[in-house]
Design a protein around this ligand. Structure first.
Ligand code: NAD
Ligand code: TYD
Length: 343
C-alpha cells in the first residue's frame, strides 16, 4: 500500500484525512481525485500543494474514463472513497445528485477496483444507514440497514453494492460507518459550523423542531484515525462503526457553542422541523476497538477545538457564505422563518 487514491479528498473529512496520512505515513503517495462540487474546495488542499508526494486530479467518480486513467498514470494500489453528496437537507430538496454519486459513483469505483485489481479499497459510510435508533439501543454492524432520508438511502445503496462486489467478485473492500464529524474545514451548511459561523455574526441559530434530537458528534481526526485502522487492519467484506459513543442533544450542542463564544442563548430560534428527521443515532464501537482504535476527544474538547478553529479561520469560511450558499440558505430557511443571514 503506497499509492493511494483519495476520492472526495477536497471535502471536509477527506482533506483532514490527507493531513493525517502525511503525518502518519510520510512515504505514501497521495492522489486526491475530486469533482469539486460546492463542498469540494481547493483551499482545503492548499497546505499540501508543495508536498512532493501530493497530486490533485479533478474528476467525477462516476466517470470511468478519467478515473481509470488516473489509476493507471499514478499506479494506484489503494482507494479510500470520501466522495459523496453529504447533506441530508439537500437530499430532501434534490435527491438526484445523491443517486448519481453515492450509488452510481460507488458502482463505478467498484468496477475500477475490479478492473485494476487494487490491493484494497475502503468506502467511508455513515451511521445514518441504520435509521433512527430508539433510546436505550445502539447499532451494531450486523443490524439491518433502515435508512430514512434520500442521503442515508443512497449511502446504504452504495454499501450494498460494496458488499455484493465482495461476495460476488471477491473484492478486497472494507466499509466504515462514522457518526457526525466536527472540526476544521466543514462546509458551513452542517449544523455545527452553521451555528458557529452564525453565532460569530450574531445571526440566529435555526434549531429544527424541539432541538432534542441526538447526534454522536466526534472530532474529525478521531474519525480519520479510525478509518486508518480499518484500512490497515480491517477484514475484507466487513463494516466498522466509528464514533465517540456519546450522544448530545442539538440544544446542548447549540448552548455549548454560544457559551464558548460568549453569545446569548436568545440567538437560538426554533424553526420548522426537517421532514423525516431521525431523532437519534447511536453506535457501538466494540468491533473497531478490537483492531486497536479508541476515540481521543470528549464532546467538550471536540466542540471547543472546532469553535476555536472557526474563530481563527474566518478567511476560510467567510467567502463560502456567499453566492450558491446564500441561494441555498434562503431556500432552506426562508419558509422556516429564518431566511436572513443578517441579525
Ligand atoms: P463533504 O461534502 O465535505 O465533501 C464531499 C467531497 O466529495 C467534496 O470534495 C466533493 O467535491 C466530492 N464529490 C462529490 N461528488 C463527487 C463526485 N461525483 N466525484 C468526485 N468527487 C465528488 O463531505 P464530508 O463531510 O467530508 O464526508 C465525506 C464522506 O464521509 C462522505 O462519504 C460522507 O457520507 C461520509 N460521512 C460524513 C460524516 C460527516 O459528519 N460529515 C459522517 C459520517 C460519514
Ligand atoms: P446535520 O449537521 O445536517 O447532520 P445530520 O446528517 O446528522 O442531519 O444536522 C445535525 C443535527 O442538527 C440534526 O439533528 C439536524 C439538526 N439541524 C438543525 O437543528 N438546524 C440546522 O440548521 C441544521 C443544518 C441541522
Amino acid at each position: 500500500m503506497h499509492n493511494l487514491l483519495i476520492t472526495g479528498g477536497a471535502g471536509f473529512i477527506g482533506s483532514n484525512f490527507v493531513e493525517y496520512l502525511f503525518n502518519r505515513y510520510p512515504d505514501y503517495r497521495v492522489v486526491v481525485y475530486d469533482k469539486l462540487t460546492y463542498a469540494g474546495r481547493l483551499e482545503n488542499l492548499e497546505r499540501f500543494q508543495s508536498h512532493h508526494h501530493f497530486t490533485f486530479v479533478q474528476g467525477d467518480i462516476a466517470d470511468p474514463d478519467t478515473l481509470g486513467k488516473t489509476i493507471e498514470i499514478y499506479a494506484i494500489d489503494t482507494l479510500v472513497n470520501f466522495a459523496a453528496e453529504t447533506h441530508v437537507d439537500r437530499s430532501i430538496m434534490a435527491p438526484d445528485a445523491f443517486i448519481h454519486t453515492d450509488v452510481h459513483g460507488t458502482y463505478v469505483l467498484l468496477e475500477a477496483v475490479k478492473a485494476y485489481q487494487l490491493e484494497r479499497a475502503l468506502f467511508v459510510s455513515t451511521d445514518e444507514v441504520y435509521g433512527h435508533i430508539p433510546h436505550g439501543m445502539s447499532s451494531v454492524e450486523d443490524d439491518a440497514l433502515k435508512p430514512r432520508s434520500p442521503y442515508a438511502a443512497s449511502k446504504a445503496g452504495g454499501e450494498h453494492l460494496v458488499y455484493a462486489y465482495h461476495i460476488t467478485y471477491n473484492l478486497p473492500v472494507i466499509v466504515t460507518r462514522g457518526t457526525n464529524n466536527i472540526g476544521p474545514y466543514q462546509y458551513p451548511e452542517k449544523a455545527v459550523p452553521l451555528f458557529i459561523t452564525n453565532a460569530i455574526d450574531d445571526i440566529p441559530l435555526p434549531i429544527y423542531g424541539d432541538g432534542r434530537q441526538m447526534r454522536d458528534y466526534q472530532y474529525v481526526m478521531d474519525h480519520c484515525e479510525g478509518i486508518d485502522v480499518a484500512l490497515h487492519h480491517g477484514h475484507f467484506g466487513e463494516a466498522y462503526n466509528i464514533g465517540s459513543g456519546v450522544e448530545t442533544e442539538n440544544m446542548v450542542m447549540a448552548h455549548a457553542i454560544l457559551d464558548l463564544l460568549g453569545k446569548p442563548h436568545s440567538l437560538i430560534q426554533h424553526v420548522t422541523d426537517r421532514a423525516g428527521h431521525d431523532r437519534r443515532y447511536s453506535v457501538k464501537t466494540d468491533k473497531i476497538s478490537t483492531l486497536g482504535w479508541q476515540s481521543q476527544h470528549t464532546f467538550e474538547e471536540a466542540i471547543e477545538k472546532t469553535v476555536r478553529w472557526y474563530v481563527g479561520n474566518q478567511d476560510w469560511w467567510r467567502p463560502l457564505k456567499s453566492g450558491e450558499y446564500l441561494d441555498y440558505y434562503r431556500k432552506q430557511y426562508v419558509e422556516r422563518g429564518s431566511g436572513s443571514l443578517t441579525a
